[in-house]
Design a protein. Structure first.
Length: 72
């Protein structure tokens, strides 16, 4: 039900995931170089970097795949 001139909601979801992924990855990289005063049990797995990178890649895929003006 995509009409001409309308932007897909998946494009906006991709943009949100892209921004959240960048923020989480940035916080994870910051924690890598400046460790927090209180560490958690699985700190050495760097979940923020992995999860943020995953969100960034999924957001990049959705933003490119559903971008406005894309020809079908």
């Amino acid at each position: 039900m995509h009409k001409e001139g309308m932007v897909s909601i998946w494009f906006f979801i991709g943009m949100i995931l892209l921004v959240y992924g960048a923020i989480i990855t940035g916080a994870g990289v910051y924690d890598l170089f400046v460790p927090p005063a209180r560490t958690v049990v699985l700190q050495n797995l760097h979940a923020g970097i992995w999860w943020g990178g995953f969100l960034f890649l999924v957001g990049l895929f959705y933003s490119i795949h559903f971008r406005p003006g894309r020809t079908k």
